[in-house]
Design a binder for this molecule. Structure first.
Ligand code: GLV
Ligand code: MN
Ligand code: MN
Length: 420
């Protein structure tokens, strides 16, 4: 590959990351849930940065913020990620993908490097599961996987109808089809992201090349027993929903840790609502979420069936009513080898140590895969921690990842020139 390094401006990138982190719920850093006031303000700031960078900036019908560089029609190259966070999350998850892409666009303009294809920088709306069964929203709409009817039936956590929340960001749910991309319209999508695990750090690698993205599957479960007096009800007479939920949590852990699945599967109960949640009342009802993920379809199916079987057994033995509904089912997404190879060559050319690894977290790239060849560059994060305020990535690593991503972008652009 014969491309000059882009020389991303690490101070500028660092300043942007710091500034974006200020858009947070002050009582719960770093919280910028999709559609919240902090998110809307961050979006305005980001749109301004896109415009300052000379990008033709708009919000699509789904609420994705898009900055475009280069005139003309035809297929585009795309970079992006998301700036929404989980509750008390981090400053880098998604953010490095969006701000790294912005920095690449700026450097392309400053250096006068003209791409043959238009470049689009996308901040995908609502990647995190703020709306459990529709997130990641923006990338799913782009891939044609969420319909206007699904949006019309959903609400954001504040109770506001989702359609109104999207419109508040500048989207237009009535024209949702306009946000959709058909296969062939996006030549390639590249995403820079923190690894969110410890593999790169432990291996001493500077960047990771993602080989496959694990599929998250999410279910809502409710267990109903009988609320009763915590002193007067003998142990034999109880139908304690929380005790049943505790057993289910351990069953999820066991299902994901089965010896032949370990390494490839994970399982989590991350949300629990106990009713009535009082010290002297036997819990009558528990609502909870179950999440199972794997990079292997068969393992995922096995884990899901095992969780369902355990729930039936626990409920029958304890005299509880139980329901389980899978609200979000994905399949693992393999990354095309050609995309992996372009990234690997970019790292080699730049003398940056790279290794291939699976992504156990999910990303917008996974949802765009049906409509575009996707590739992902990972950078290390401190102690592998993520989705917590301690999440941290060094600016040098963010800059190195952006440099690799930029070189892969230039190469994909050159390849598209060759086949024109
Ligand atoms: C995205 O944040 C995920 O849950 O993997
Ligand atoms: Mn995340
Ligand atoms: Mn993310």
């Amino acid at each position: 590959m014969n491309h000059p390094p882009l020389n991303v401006n690490r101070e500028r990138l660092d300043a942007d990351i710091r500034r974006l982190a200020e858009f947070t719920d002050p009582n719960l850093p770093y919280t910028r849930r999709a559609f919240s006031p902090e998110y809307a303000a961050a979006r305005e700031w980001l749109a301004e940065r896109f415009r300052d960078a000379g990008l033709d900036t708009r919000v699509d019908a789904a609420g994705n913020l898009i900055g475009r560089l280069g005139a003309g029609g035809g297929p585009v190259l795309m970079l992006g990620s998301h700036i929404d966070t989980v509750e008390a999350g981090g400053r880098f998850d998604g953010v490095v993908g969006v701000l790294g892409a912005l920095e690449i666009a700026r450097r392309l303009r400053e250096s006068g490097a003209a791409l043959a294809r238009p470049l689009e920088i996308v901040d995908f709306v609502c990647e995190e599961p703020t709306i459990v069964d529709l997130s990641p929203l923006g990338s799913r709409v782009m891939a044609g996987d969420v319909t206007a009817e699904m949006i019309a039936a959903a609400a954001v956590p504040s109770g506001e109808p989702l359609g109104e929340a999207i419109a508040r960001l500048g989207g237009d749910p009535a024209r949702l089809h306009e946000a959709r991309r058909k296969p062939g319209e996006t030549l390639a999508y590249l995403e820079l992201h923190i690894e969110q695990g410890p593999v790169l750090e432990r291996a001493g690698a500077d960047v990771g090349i993602v080989t496959v993205i694990a599929a998250p599957c999410r279910a809502v479960v409710s267990l109903t027993g009988v609320a009763d007096h915590a002193g007067a009800t003998s142990m034999a007479d109880r139908r304690d929903a929380l005790a049943g939920a505790a057993e289910l949590i351990l069953a999820v852990e066991r299902a994901a840790s089965a010896p032949d699945l370990a390494q490839e599967s994970v399982g989590t109960v991350g949300f629990l609502r106990v009713s009535p949640n009082m010290v002297n009342v036997i819990p009558g009802r528990v609502d909870l979420t179950v999440e199972a993920r794997s990079t292997q379809s068969e393992a995922l199916l096995w884990a899901r069936e095992e969780i369902e079987r355990s729930l039936r057994e626990i409920a029958a033995r304890r005299g509880l009513d139980a329901t389980l509904e899978w609200r979000h089912l994905e399949e693992p997404v393999p990354i095309p080898v050609e995309m992996q190879d372009v990234i690997a060559e970019s790292a080699t050319d730049l003398r940056i140590r790279a290794m291939r690894l699976p992504s156990r977290a999910s990303h917008d790239a996974a949802r765009l895969a049906p409509v575009a060849p996707v590739g992902m560059v990972f950078i290390p994060c401190k102690d592998g921690r993520s989705h917590c305020p301690e999440e941290w990535a060094e600016t040098d690593d963010v800059a190195a990842g952006a440099e690799v991503l930029a070189r892969a972008l230039l190469e994909l652009d050159a390849q598209s020139r060759a086949v024109r």
